[in-house]
Write a protein that binds this ligand. Structure first.
Ligand code: HEC
Ligand code: HEC
Length: 359
């Protein structure tokens, strides 16, 4: 009982945190072995999903049929071979257009309290409507995409059997199936086994890194099941990140401000998940940092005002690597469901559309 109350107080403290030195103090009051410090991170628990919808969403996710010129699928920018993110600084959409911001991973995205860096979508289904009609991404409209989906017999059969009704191939059901597939993309890691009580599931260095991660204050923002995804925070709490980065400020750099127009939200971003982060370089909303150890150092400086020691950085990186998870068994699209080429024949005088999708 006593323990439970302590835990509650500590959680309340962390929740109220504004991530300055005061949380550091509470984190570094040495816990006695009898009363271990509360754990701000939590093990994954996969939500229940409808597998028929997952399989439908999986093919839609990998199918360029949802893009205006038939060359871009969700997987182009969220490749399973890159842990659900992309290896580029920012996305390339249809006709080679370069987007303004780095794509976050779709793995475990279900656990984020809102979607997008600036939180402009409340959940996965709402989010899935965005890229299809984004002119820099898939560049089409739902009515057009729906007409194309209706020409594919595989989809006609699946939508009818899963959703039924008069006209089952519609925006509501397409985004529902995409979201169900993403809810399935949960990746348990060695760190989850460790949290469940298996001390040996992660290395000694990773265990040290976990302790350091909490001690220096990373976990005051990167907390919960997703080691992130529970709040907005400023990029550059203690030091100005954008000055140190250099270059022009972009609209994307404004973060949550773009949604609320509130001065207090300028440069605020959803604290990203750190699950699989060792596999999703480059880092930050602007994709400006290639190496994970460098991203950790930058976080130490701009968020906590600390120059982390080399050994602290190495330990934290080892901890972050223990968050690399396993894709669920049916995440990948089987060969025999691979959609045919969707690229439209080039109109007269136009160069043929450039090559296709990954993942
Ligand atoms: C052209 C590249 C591109 C394509 C195609 C694309 N995305 Fe994204 N995706 C992005 C970028 C970039 C972001 C971040 C945008 C932002 O936050 O402003 C993003 C964000 C997301 C997020 C939010 C994750 C989070 O943690 O906030 C989800 C989920 C997602 N995309 C799913 C999809 C789905 C489903 C599709 C297909 C219907 C899709 N994406 C197509 C580039 C792409
Ligand atoms: C004050 C809150 C806060 C603290 C403290 C904090 N972070 Fe972050 N972290 C963020 C935010 C916000 C972002 C996204 C910033 C951006 O993309 O511009 C981020 C991004 C990251 C990223 C890049 C993730 C990606 O997918 O691009 C890593 C890695 C990271 N943090 C690790 C750490 C580590 C390690 C610590 C402790 C040394 C730490 N963070 C402390 C808020 C915080």
């Amino acid at each position: 009982m006593r323990h439970a109350r302590l835990l509650f107080v500590a959680l309340a403290l962390t929740a109220a945190c504004d991530c300055n030195e005061s949380t550091d103090e509470s984190a570094s009051t040495t816990p006695t072995p009898a009363e271990p410090a509360p754990e701000p991170l939590a093990a994954l628990e996969a939500p229940e999903v409808n597998m028929d919808k997952v399989y439908l969403g999986r093919r839609l996710f990998h199918d360029p049929i949802l893009s205006g010129d038939g060359t871009i699928s969700c997987a182009t920018c969220h490749s399973l071979d890159h842990a659900g993110a992309e290896p580029r600084r920012s996305s390339n959409g249809i006709r080679g257009q370069v987007g303004p911001i780095n794509s976050p991973t779709v793995l475990n995205a279900h656990f984020n309290f809102v979607q997008f860096w600036d939180g402009r979508a409340a959940n996965l289904q709402e989010q899935a409507g965005g890229p299809v009609e984004n002119p820099l991404e898939m560049g089409t409209t739902f009515p057009e995409a729906i007409e194309r989906v209706k020409t594919d017999a595989w989809y006609v059969e699946r939508f009818a059997s899963i959703y039924g009704g008069e006209d089952p191939i519609n925006k509501e059901n397409i985004t529902d199936a995409l979201a169900e597939y993403e809810r399935y993309l949960v990746t348990p890691s060695p760190f989850d086994a460790y949290l469940a009580g298996n001390q040996e599931a992660i290395s000694e260095q990773a265990r040290r890194g976990h302790a350091t991660f909490k001690e220096v204050g990373c976990a005051s923002c990167h907390m919960g099941v997703n080691v992130g995804g529970t709040m907005y925070q400023k990029m550059g709490v203690v030091q100005n990140y954008f000055e140190a980065r250099g270059g022009e400020l972009t609209e994307a750099d404004m973060g949550r401000f773009n949604v609320t127009q509130a001065e207090s939200d300028r440069h605020f971003f959803k604290v990203p998940t750190l699950r699989n982060v060792a596999l999703t370089a480059p880092y930050f909303h602007d994709g400006s940092i290639e190496a994970l150890d460098e991203a950790v150092r930058v976080m130490g400086r701009v968020q906590l005002g600390r120059d982390l020691e080399d050994n602290q950085v190495a330990d934290i990186v080892a901890f972050l690597q223990s968050l690399n998870g396993e894709l669920p068994e049916h995440a990948r699209l089987p060969e025999d469901e691979t959609p045919p080429s969707r690229a439209a024949a080039p109109a007269e005088g136009e160069a043929p559309a450039e090559g296709a999708t990954e993942g």
